[in-house]
Design a protein around this ligand. Structure first.
Ligand code: NAD
Length: 473
C-alpha cells in the first residue's frame, strides 16, 4: 500500500495522521493520504497568497502556455492515471458506451485545452469626448476548490483551470474517498507551474469547512451535495467569499407520446446510467406518456438485462457504487420503492460482496411520492413514472427544490423545445440528457447551485470587474 503526499508550495508534504483510501470493488484499502492539519491548510493558503502577485501579473498567453503543458503531461500519463482512477473510484477503464475512466481522462484534456483557448478581453462601453469607460476583468484572488468522488480529476480540472487562466492561485481539496488520481496528476504537473500556484491538501469535511471559512481565501468553487453547499455558503459569509456552487439535482425527463421508443431508449438508458448513475446531471426521474409507457419500460429493461456489473478487472459495463454511504442510500431507496408497491423490472437487490455492487435497476409502477422519485439516488437505479397529461408531468418535474437539468423527448422538436423551456433547470435538453461540453455554460437553478461553470461564462466567475473611467477634455 503506498502513501501519497499533499502538494504545498511545490513540495510533497505528509501529515501526522492519515486517511485510508478504499477500493470500492474489494472494500480493501489501496493507499493512504495525509489528513491535513489546520496549520498545513494555513501554509497552503499562505503559499497561494504569496504566489498570487507574480502569477496574476503574467500575461494570459504565458499562463495559457503553461496550462497547455499541463494537458500534455496528463496526456503522456493518461493510461496510468486512468488505472488509478478506476481503482479508487470503481469505474471500469472503458465501461458502458466507453464512458469509463479513459473517458474521464479524455474529458480532462478536452476541458483543459478548450478553457486555455479563452480570453478576457477589455470591454469598451463608452469612448466619446467626455470619457472612455473600460470594463476589465481582474483575478478574484486565492481560490479554494472542494470536489466530490464521482469524477475526481475531471471536476478538479473544471475548478482549477479557469482559475489559473484568470490569474488566480488555488488550494484544492479532493474528496477523501477519491484523492489519489488528483494527487498523482498534480504532482506530475507541479514543476510546470511556479510553487504555490496550485496546492493540494487532503482531508475530510473538517478541512473542507476550514477552507470555506478561511479568511485569506477569496472564492470557493464547490461541487457536491446541496447540504454541504449550504454549509459552505454560511461559513463563506464572514469575508464575503465569491461562490460557485454546483450541487445536487434530481433531473426529470418527459417522454411525449410521439417519441420513437426504439430510438430513444438507448440514449435514455445511457444518460441515466452514465458513471453508474453517479453523475450530477444524469437523468434521474423518467416520466413517460401512458401510450408508450409499457413499450419504454420493456425497452429499458431489455438493455438493463444485457449489461454487466462487476470489478473493473473483468471489463464490465459498470463498476461498484463508489462508497458504502452511497451504496447504503441506493439500497434504502430501492427498499422504499418496494414498500411503496413498485415493480422491479431488473435488479433491485444488492449483489453479493465484497464490493459495493448494485445491479442496474429499472423500476416501474412507482408512485410519485416514493422517495426514489423525490430524492436523488445517485446510483444505478431509475424510476419510470407514467403520465397522461403533459401539464401534470411538467408540474411534477418542477415540483422539487432542485433544478440542475431536465429533458423532453419527442419527434416534434419544436413542441419539445417549447415544453423544455418551461422546465425549471439550468440545462434543458431536447432528445438528449446529461450532455455537457467545455464551451456551454453549466449550472443549477433553485437549490442545485449558484453560478455556472465552463466556457466564457464560467471563466468570468474567477474574476472581479474593475470599471476604468478615463475622463477626457
Ligand atoms: P459531499 O457534499 O458529501 O462532499 C463533497 C466534498 O465536500 C468532499 O470533498 C467533502 O470532503 C467536502 N465536505 C464535506 N463536508 C464539508 C463541509 N462542511 N464544508 C466544506 N466541505 C465539506 O458530496 P459527495 O457525496 O462527495 O458528492 C455527491 C453529491 O454531489 C451529489 O448530491 C451530486 O448531485 C453532487 N454533484 C453535483 C455536481 C454538479 O456539477 N452539480 C457534480 C457532481 C456531484
Amino acid at each position: 500500500m503506498s502513501d501519497y503526499s499533499m502538494l504545498i508550495n511545490g513540495e510533497a508534504v505528509s501529515a501526522d495522521s492519515a486517511i485510508d483510501v478504499i477500493n470500492p470493488a474489494t472494500e480493501q484499502p489501496i493507499a493512504s493520504v495525509p489528513a491535513a492539519s489546520p496549520e498545513q491548510l494555513d501554509t497552503a493558503v499562505a503559499a497561494a497568497r504569496a504566489a498570487l502577485p507574480a502569477w496574476s501579473a503574467r500575461s494570459m498567453d504565458e499562463r495559457r502556455e503553461l496550462i497547455l503543458k499541463m494537458a500534455d503531461r496528463i496526456e503522456q500519463n493518461m493510461g496510468e492515471l486512468a488505472q488509478l482512477l478506476s481503482q479508487e473510484q470503481g469505474k471500469p477503464m472503458e465501461g458502458f458506451a466507453g464512458l469509463g475512466a479513459m473517458f474521464e481522462l479524455g474529458g480532462c484534456l478536452a476541458w483543459i485545452r478548450y478553457t486555455a483557448s479563452l480570453d478576457l478581453p477589455v470591454e469598451v462601453i463608452q469612448d466619446n469626448d467626455e470619457a472612455r469607460i473600460e470594463v476589465h476583468r481582474k483575478p478574484v484572488g486565492v481560490v479554494g476548490s472542494i470536489t466530490p468522488w464521482n469524477y475526481p480529476l475531471l471536476i478538479t480540472c473544471w475548478h482549477i483551470i479557469p482559475g489559473l487562466l484568470a490569474g488566480c492561485t488555488v488550494v484544492a481539496k479532493p474528496s477523501e474517498y477519491t484523492p489519489l488520481t488528483v494527487l498523482k496528476a498534480m504532482h506530475l504537473v507541479a514543476d510546470i507551474l511556479p510553487p504555490g500556484v496550485i496546492n493540494i491538501v487532503t482531508g475530510g469535511g473538517e478541512i473542507g469547512a476550514a477552507i470555506s471559512s478561511h479568511p485569506d481565501i477569496d472564492k470557493i468553487v464547490f461541487t457536491g451535495s446541496t447540504r454541504t453547499g449550504k454549509r459552505i455558503m454560511e461559513s463563506a459569509a464572514d469575508n464575503l467569499k465569491r461562490l460557485t456552487l454546483e450541487l445536487g439535482g434530481n433531473d426529470a425527463a418527459i417522454v411525449l407520446p410521439d417519441t420513437n421508443v426504439a430510438e430513444a431508449a438507448g440514449k435514455i438508458f445511457a444518460t441515466a446510467m452514465i458513471n453508474n448513475g453517479q453523475t450530477c446531471a444524469a437523468l434521474k426521474r423518467l416520466y413517460v406518456h401512458e401510450d408508450i409507457y409499457d413499450e419504454m419500460c420493456e425497452a429499458l429493461a431489455g438493455i438493463a438485462a444485457s449489461v454487466t456489473t462487476g470489478p473493473a478487472g473483468e471489463g464490465p459495463d459498470f463498476g461498484p457504487i463508489q462508497n458504502k454511504m452511497q451504496y447504503d442510500r441506493v439500497c434504502e431507496l430501492a427498499e422504499a420503492a418496494r414498500a411503496d408497491g413498485a415493480t422491479f423490472l431488473t435488479g433491485g437487490e444488492p449483489m453479493p460482496g465484497p464490493g459495493y455492487f448494485f445491479p442496474v435497476t429499472i423500476v416501474k409502477d412507482i408512485p410519485e411520492h416514493s422517495r426514489l422519485v423525490q430524492e436523488e439516488p445517485f446510483g444505478p437505479i431509475l424510476p419510470v413514472v407514467s403520465f397522461s397529461d403533459v401539464e401534470d408531468a411538467l408540474a411534477r418535474a418542477n415540483a422539487v427544490s432542485v433544478g440542475l437539468g431536465g429533458s423532453v423527448w419527442s419527434s416534434d422538436v419544436a413542441a419539445a423545445q417549447a415544453l423544455a423551456s418551461r422546465l425549471e433547470c439550468g440545462t434543458a435538453w431536447v432528445n438528449n440528457h446529461a450532455m455537457i461540453q467545455p464551451d456551454a455554460p453549466f449550472g443549477g437553478v433553485k437549490q442545485s447551485g449558484v453560478g455556472v461553470e465552463f466556457g466564457r461564462y464560467g471563466l468570468v466567475e474567477y474574476t472581479n470587474i474593475q470599471t476604468m473611467q478615463i475622463a477626457k477634455g
